[in-house]
Design a binder for this molecule. Structure first.
Ligand SMILES: [Fe+2]
Length: 202
């Protein structure tokens, strides 16, 4: 019997309402009181990326995000990860996020703290830029789109491979559009994982 399958899938996990509305408001107030600085990728906004603080521990979010990352790697049956950095960006009206990736890491997250219908979006770029040229579309669909646009909602979190290019494809019109991000790297000291990998490559 014929069958079809998706080759080279890109695993994204969507965690709706990862934090409650009351948690979100407390976090937003805390972030507004912290210092952040200009960053090349964040147009008309500020970032705490350079500060290297353990933001997730400060906000009491680390364990819950670690659990979600464990679900992600367990589901995919890939090596476990550990969080190596976390930061937040605040953008003003007229701003946007330049395309980039977090490629020196394994898995990344974005958690939305203050967004609305006028906010700039999260746009993931297809790593195969040729597909939209050569697969002549009758309409834009999963097999031939060059990007995927997400309009994030407050409290939502996305988990994605760090190598995946992303940015925003529209201009932000929200005052203090705020997002928390974190990177996680392969947990190379996980004995159980190392044992499985040793068996795999014997
Ligand atoms: Fe990013």
């Amino acid at each position: 019997m014929d069958s079809s399958f998706n080759l080279f899938p890109i695993p994204i996990t969507y965690c709706p309402n990862f934090i409650s509305e009351s948690e979100r408001l407390v976090i937003f107030e805390k972030l507004c009181s912290l210092d952040c600085i200009d960053h090349d990728l964040v147009i008309n906004g500020k970032s705490s990326f350079e500060f290297r603080d353990d933001l997730l521990t400060f906000l009491n979010l680390k364990k819950r995000i670690e659990d979600k990352l464990t679900n992600y790697t367990d589901t995919l049956k890939i090596r476990s990860v550990q969080i190596t950095g976390s930061w937040y960006n605040i953008q003003q009206k007229g701003g946007y996020l330049r395309d980039h990736n977090h490629g020196s890491n394994a898995v990344s997250i974005a958690l939305y703290i203050n967004v609305d219908d006028r906010s700039s979006n999260l746009t993931f770029r297809n790593p195969n830029p040729l597909v939209s040229f050569f697969w002549s579309p009758l309409n834009v669909q999963k097999v031939n789109y060059s990007e995927h646009v997400i309009n994030p909602k407050n409290g939502d979190m996305y988990i994605f491979p760090s190598w995946l290019n992303h940015g925003s494809s529209n201009i932000n019109e929200t005052e203090n559009r705020t997002v928390i991000s974190a990177n996680a790297s392969w947990n190379v000291t996980n004995i159980e994982d190392n044992h499985k990998i040793n068996i795999l490559y014997q």
